[in-house]
Ligand binder design. Structure first.
Ligand code: ADP
Ligand code: MG
Length: 485
């Protein structure tokens, strides 16, 4: 050590001792680690807290250089701080050391120059243990990361919007809207993604949310960036985003559910068509037998009578009609809403099912005053509903009787009732009716009522069932279109 350095070191000892004696500085009873270095970085004084922080006794610390305690990766920056403080500027920085027991200790260090007679003679330092703050920060960060992942990986789309403009969307939402990345959605108006039929509804929702109120789940249709449409259910609650009122919107993709629903409808339809086919085979055997008979007759007559041809043609038309009905029912078709005359539709349904009824000695009777009744529906699906209800009625009657089909128009709604004289539905069965696969029949599917209800609800109608020991009444209520009012 140079004489100059030696002189300054002595001066530093003298200075510190003097300050300690005059109580101008105190090393004890301070929770922070306090210490003094000479200009080389050798420790001259430490307080008790330094022992707690490092696990080293004062004697293990004193006369050691700070470089001996520091982990390698903090050495260059700390040496730099130290050289700056010896040139007169106060330094504050974070540091990680290892306690003697092996665990890491996070420190916030402040280093001041010790000056005497306008000369820097040493360094005075304060080490604040910030491990608990750091670990809180880390926990907070981990928690934030956890929530972020929960939101990003949620199976539902999560959006934050303000006044209908998207401020945040998760990855699920980016996929749902078929966007390349979040930037294609963020800052865009939500209405850009809403199907025109639902824009009014969404505007109303935005108004409600702006008042700070929640919105119940609503069905909506979105238009994705590639132009495809997707059915969704939307829930929204008010929230705060960056300290301002915003809305937290959760969007659930319903396409999967719709696909399952459609599959159910289709499989029930095919099973009904299959069951009907058995009855229909019977039905067409009769006209075929009579056609065969007439052809035999014609073989033996030189000039067949005109009347034979009439009978054959009419029998053939009957076969054609029945087969066409069956094929139309079984054919998979996309949903097709049109104006349909309900009376004609019921007539077609009865054509298909009448054989079953006749074989069971059941008469199907209608009761309706008007001659036409136009509704808007998917013809095939509505046929499926009526066949289901009439079949159930026939199946409930063991000893023959009547099934009545009654139509009544009340307040712009049409009530279609299927009334049977069957055994009725026991209470315990009635409460479970409409559950998928619930059946009391050995060859039943237990899907008829569920599927029919679904179809009717898709047509904005409802199904009511009432029953007693004299029979059952299944009532379908459908809205009448404006045109017929
Ligand atoms: P499935 O006809 O294949 O059994 P459905 O969903 O059509 O399935 O009907 C479920 C059950 O409801 C039937 O098994 C039957 O017990 C009862 N049910 C439905 N309609 C009637 C009715 N008109 N009379 C008596 N019971 C009925
Ligand atoms: Mg049924």
């Amino acid at each position: 050590m140079s004489d100059e350095a030696q002189r300054k070191k002595c001066q530093l000892y003298e200075y510190i001792n003097q300050k300690l004696q005059s109580n101008q500085i105190s090393f004890t009873s301070n929770a922070d680690g306090l210490f003094v270095f000479d200009l080389d970085g050798t420790i001259i004084y430490t307080n008790e807290s330094c022992q707690q922080i490092s696990g080293l006794t004062p004697s293990q610390l004193q006369h050691k250089n700070f470089k001996e305690f520091l982990p390698q990766r903090f050495l260059p920056s700390t040496i730099n701080h130290f050289s700056q403080v010896t040139e007169g500027s106060i330094q504050n920085f974070d540091l990680k050391i290892y306690h003697k027991a092996g665990y890491p200790v996070e420190l916030n260090m402040t280093l001041f120059p010790v000056e005497a007679c306008n000369e820097i003679i040493g360094v005075y330092g304060i080490a604040k243990n910030i491990s608990s703050i750091k670990s809180n920060e880390e926990q907070l960060k981990n928690k934030e990361e956890l929530y972020r992942r929960m939101v990003e990986l949620s199976p539902d789309t999560v959006m934050i919007n303000r006044n209908g403009v998207c401020l945040y969307i998760n990855d699920t939402g980016v996929k749902l809207l078929k966007a390349k990345d979040k930037n294609e959605v963020i800052n865009r108006n939500l209405l850009d993604f809403i199907h025109p039929d639902f824009k009014d509804q969404v505007l109303k929702r935005i108004n409600v949310l702006n008042k700070g109120e929640s919105v119940l789940p609503q069905a909506e249709k979105l238009i994705c960036l590639d132009g495809t449409e997707v059915d969704v259910e939307v829930k929204a609650i008010p929230t705060y985003f960056e300290n301002k009122l915003a809305s937290h919107v959760i969007i659930r993709d319903l396409s999967e559910r719709k696909i399952t629903e459609e599959l159910m409808i289709r499989s029930e339809k095919l099973s009904v068509a299959g069951q009907l086919a058995a009855g229909i085979a019977h039905e067409i055997r009769n006209p075929i037998t009579s056609i065969k008979g007439f052809i035999q007759l014609m073989k033996h007559e030189s000039s067949p009578k005109e009347y034979y041809f009439d009978v054959i043609t009419s029998e053939m038309s009957r076969i054609e009609l029945i087969l066409n009905e069956l094929l139309a029912l079984a054919k998979p078709k996309v949903s097709d809403m049109k104006e349909i005359d309900l009376l004609v539709l019921i007539q077609h349904v009865v054509t298909l099912i009448n054989t079953d009824a006749i074989m069971k000695n059941i008469e199907i009777i209608y009761k309706y005053e008007k001659h036409t009744c136009i509704i808007i529906c998917d013809e095939n699906q509505m046929k499926q509903v009526f066949i289901n209800f009439i079949k159930n009625a026939l199946e409930a009657m063991d000893v023959g009787g009547k099934v009545m089909i009654e139509l009544e128009e009340v307040n712009n709604e049409i009530f279609i009732r299927f009334i049977d004289e069957g055994s009725g539905i026991p209470k315990e069965v009635l409460s479970r009716i409409g559950e998928p696969f619930f059946t009391t029949k050995s060859n039943g599917t237990g899907l008829g009522i569920m599927v029919s209800k679904q179809i009717v609800e898709n047509h904005f109608g409802k199904v009511n069932i009432s029953s007693n020991s004299n029979g059952t009444c299944v009532e379908v209520v459908l809205p009448l279109p404006v045109l017929s009012r």
